[in-house]
Ligand binder design. Structure first.
Ligand SMILES: C[S@@+](CC[C@H](N)C(=O)[O-])C[C@H]1O[C@@H](n2cnc3c(N)ncnc32)[C@H](O)[C@@H]1O
Length: 260
């Protein structure tokens, strides 16, 4: 009996990457500190639902990695509504296997593309929500701009693209040309806004908790500015929102990108 408990414990210890180095080849450590894998995943999902993500919506998870946040979205969204892109196929596959196994993955039908050039048009569809968590925290400005430009091609006026970055501590920006990993890079808020503007999209900075103080932005098409403060206040769950849906005959969740 004791032996069984010990061996199970050992298995779990390895399964959850408790000794693995950040950025190493364990699916949990690859994306960050394994001891924060749960919290960093769930804060992404909570934010997506606060921003209005319903089960009928489509989500593009940019740099999805081992599905730290993606696993909650795959569970919540209807089959075929989750899309992930990442150059590291092994991390995606290990995440899928560990979180779901084949049967559940087949039922939910997530779509993955292995790519490092932000070629979102390869999915041949538009998205209601986009998430780039802990991507700009490692990326040079040219990659951030490319990501915004490619995102703009797969967004509709209702789309909300959520992303994080590390804010500059000394008023300077990272000026290198390389993706740094697991090292991090930092930018001023104004720099992120200016890159978005050059790429033809609009960026709103807002406060939402992050265990490592990454800062959040909501990127939208220019001129379409969702009321982020209202959404963060829980509007989506409110009775007022229910009444509004009733009045406008929109009680069933839909998607602006079903046919787009
Ligand atoms: C810090 S992890 C974040 C993973 C995931 N977004 C999350 O929060 O759990 C960074 C991820 O970016 C991926 N990545 C690296 N270069 C990329 C690129 N050019 N395009 C998309 N993803 C990239 C890495 O493979 C890794 O999975």
């Amino acid at each position: 009996m004791t032996k069984l408990v010990l061996s199970e414990k050992q298995g779990l210890h390895e399964q959850f990457g408790e000794d693995a180095e950040i950025g190493g080849d364990h699916y949990r450590a690859w994306v960050g500190p394994p001891n924060y894998y749960d919290l960093i995943g769930v804060t992404q999902f909570n934010l997506l639902t606060l921003m209005g993500m319903r089960e009928t919506n489509t989500l593009l998870d940019i740099g999805c990695g081992s599905l730290r946040g993606g696993r909650f979205a795959i569970m919540y969204l209807r089959p075929g509504k989750y899309f992930g892109i990442d150059p590291e196929d092994w991390a995606v596959q290990d995440g899928l296997q560990s979180h779901f196994g084949e049967e559940f993955a087949n039922r939910k039908r997530p779509t993955f593309i292995k790519n490092s050039d932000f070629e979102f048009t390869r999915f041949e569809r538009k998205f209601d929500f986009l998430m780039a968590h802990s991507i700009f925290t490692h990326a040079p400005t040219w990659q951030i701009k490319l990501c915004f430009e490619e995102a703009a091609k797969v967004m509709v006026p209702q789309s909300i693209f959520l992303a994080t970055f590390f804010e500059s501590l000394d008023g300077t920006d990272y000026t290198g040309n390389d993706w740094l990993y697991p090292d991090i890079v930092r930018y001023r808020k104004e720099t992120i806004s200016a890159i978005a503007d050059e790429a033809g999209v609009e960026c709103q900075h807002f406060d939402w908790p992050h265990p490592f103080n990454q800062k959040w932005i909501a990127v939208t098409q220019k001129g379409s500015r969702p009321d982020i403060a209202k959404l963060l206040g829980g509007w989506i769950y409110s009775y007022e929102a229910t009444l509004e849906r009733r009045a406008t005959n929109t009680t069933w969740p839909t998607s602006a990108t079903d046919k787009a």
